[in-house]
Design a protein around this ligand. Structure first.
Ligand code: MG
Length: 163
């Protein structure tokens, strides 16, 4: 194989957090006004957790729970932007850069259409990549299962890296 030919790796991430009262709803680093928020040891940003896992997965570096255990008081209420930045720095240290990132948020409510451009902008700043390389999709749960009953929000992410 030619030394100049890029090597590619793909990774996927998926995460679920429960919705509950007296919590902020933070998705993709953006605080979204809503009567309920996601419950978790950190700020429970389900989208950033899925993206972090996708990056770790693509590079064979395990998962978010291994890097930032939810039993560790250091990560209590932590900003998931910081966790993603730490994981991404490790990915970059190993010579990898993002080709593109595609993600989906599964939420019955609130409607996320108005927030997608802002989420994309935050992701672009966090990952230091052009917003054109990022796609954010939002879907409902069709009123069934945990998402549809507004008990949880889920997110998935797929990332392609090159070295
Ligand atoms: Mg999580």
């Amino acid at each position: 194989m030619s030394a100049t030919r890029p090597t590619y790796r793909i990774g996927q991430g998926y995460d679920t957090h429960r919705l509950g009262p007296d919590r902020k709803l933070i998705l993709g680093g953006v605080e979204i006004p809503h009567p309920t928020g996601l419950i978790g040891h950190s700020d429970a940003d389900v989208l950033l957790h899925a993206i972090t896992d996708a990056l770790l997965g693509a590079t064979g570096m395990g998962d978010i729970g291994e890097w930032f255990p939810d039993t560790d008081p250091e990560f209590k209420d932590s900003d998931s932007k910081v966790l993603l930045a730490k994981a991404y720095a490790e990915v970059q240290k190993r010579g990898w850069s993002i080709v593109n990132l595609d993600c989906t948020i599964f939420a019955e409510r609130p409607k996320l259409k108005a927030y997608k451009p802002l989420i994309k902008q935050v992701l672009s700043e966090l990952l230091h990549i052009d917003p054109e390389l990022i796609n954010v999709k939002a879907k409902t749960g069709e009123k069934v299962d945990a998402v549809g009953r507004e008990e949880a929000i889920q997110a998935s992410a797929t990332v392609l890296l090159q070295r």
